[in-house]
Design a protein around this ligand. Structure first.
Ligand code: FAD
Ligand code: NAD
Length: 367
């Protein structure tokens, strides 16, 4: 029996079964959840090994098997969200009847706290790379055909590279390919693409090596992680986003999600802090989004502006935040999201608390 929960909760533990036809093998996982999202399923088929992970709240159910016979490299994942059933469809290389599914691998059929489940990596191919600014790139990585993985809003992944013999791992937050929806429709439908907006620090440990990866090369990408709770944003009326530098990244999917899926949203405001005008990421797209959607507006604040800058100046401060975070009506349900350098987030939280914002209304993106 899977371990991880006490006796009283055993009926909630997922279970699995499998069946076959001449050409296929289907592994079925019964999650025992009424509402299941496709984002909760991460499946990997690598060199004859099947790893399926189902996230149920803070728990992870793992199916991990060395398959008995050869299968083709791609996998089809079907999630019946209402009944909580997950099907992993494999294609046999030979039409023979399988006597068993395979041998259990490490932690097979266990139900453990997500925090105790180690990160799993798969190699993804770099398929495009472009400059967003003088030091920031937009990278598109393609998941292998044997992987099913969707990154939920507010989550980050870890990228892993071996640099001069040492494995280095750093977190990054996927973005959409663009903020402007007509571009989004073209590429984001392809669930195998993951976009990253990454700033290259010339003296950094990880990013200079990342910048040297060539088109067609591979990099290891982990499962998603993060403490963001989606329902929180569902009934929000006023959304205030405080982002600094690449702290814009989690705001991209959050904005996309809120502006397209939240029926209650009245305003979404972004205050975006950067050093200079040249550092402002996706400035045109943010301005375009504000033109396209009257609920959204953006203010840029520069800490090292050129003489010609007529906009807001300085670092995060009480006067800036107090004039920015204002409810659209007295009792509106608001949320403030903060992301950027650690001192920026700490000062932001302090300022918000000084202004009387409750801690329930503040969310920080961090590892
Ligand atoms: P590092 O070696 O960490 O150095 C970064 C900078 O600090 C360099 O300028 C370096 O010279 C300087 N530095 C290093 N050590 C010191 C020191 N001791 N004293 C003074 N200066 C020092 N980044 C993105 O670009 N995009 C994202 O989407 C993104 N998402 C993230 C999500 C999370 C949850 C977190 C926690 C971070 C995220 N980051 C993101 C930041 C990312 O993880 C790395 O920290 C960043 O890419 C820098 O890595 P690096 O190894 O190249 O630089
Ligand atoms: P940056 O150095 O270009 O600074 C951008 C702005 O941040 C500055 O103009 C200033 O207004 C503010 N700022 C910087 N240092 C500050 C300080 N000490 N006190 C107050 N304000 C300060 O920023 P960057 O190089 O783009 O760095 C972005 C940061 O965001 C990184 O530390 C990265 O780790 C973090 N980040 C975190 C997540 C996450 O946790 N989910 C995601 C993306 C980025």
């Amino acid at each position: 029996k899977p371990k991880g929960l006490d006796n009283s909760s055993k009926e909630l533990i997922p279970s699995y079964d499998w069946f076959q036809t001449d050409g296929t093998v289907t592994v079925v996982i019964y999650t025992k959840q009424k509402e299941m999202s496709s984002e909760s399923v991460i499946a990997d088929l690598q060199e004859g090994r099947l790893r399926g992970e189902i996230i149920v709240n803070d728990y992870s159910y793992l199916l991990h098997i060395e398959l008995s016979y050869a299968v083709h490299e791609d996998i089809i994942v079907q999630v019946s969200e209402k009944v909580g059933k997950v099907e992993l469809l494999l294609k046999k290389k030979e039409t023979l009847s399988w006597k068993g599914l395979g041998q259990p691998l490490q932690s097979h059929n266990t139900f453990d706290k997500c925090a105790d489940r180690g990160l799993f990596y798969r190699k993804c191919k770099l398929i495009s790379k472009s400059s967003v600014s003088h030091d920031t790139r937009l990278l598109c990585l393609m998941l292998p055909p044997g992987t099913h993985l969707q990154v939920p809003v507010g989550c980050h992944l870890y990228l892993k590279q071996t640099i001069t013999g040492t494995e280095i791992v750093k977190p990054y937050t996927p973005v959409t390919s663009s903020l402007v929806s007509k571009f989004k429709d073209l590429t984001d439908n392809d669930k195998r693409h993951i976009f990253f907006m990454i700033k290259i620090y010339p003296s950094g440990l990880f990013t200079p090596a990342l910048d040297c990866i060539c088109m067609g090369d591979y990099i290891s990408v982990s499962n998603p992680e993060g403490n963001f709770k989606k329902p929180k944003a569902e009934d929000v009326e006023d959304l205030f986003l405080l982002a600094a530098g690449t702290g814009l990244t989690p705001m991209v999917k959050l904005l996309n999600y809120s502006l397209t899926s939240s029926s209650s949203l009245r305003t979404a405001k972004l205050m975006f802090f950067n050093k200079t005008e040249d550092d402002i990421l996706w400035r045109n797209q943010l301005e375009q989004l504000a033109l396209n959607d009257t609920r959204f507006n953006v203010q840029f604040v520069l800490s090292e502006p050129n003489a010609g800058w007529t906009g807001k100046q300085g670092k995060i401060s009480l006067p800036l935040v107090s004039q920015f975070v204002k409810r659209s009506k007295d009792d509106s349900k608001m949320l403030v999201y903060i992301c950027g350098p650690l001192p920026f987030m700490e000062q932001g939280i302090q300022i918000l608390q000084d202004l009387g914002t409750s801690s329930k209304e503040i969310h920080c993106f961090r590892a």
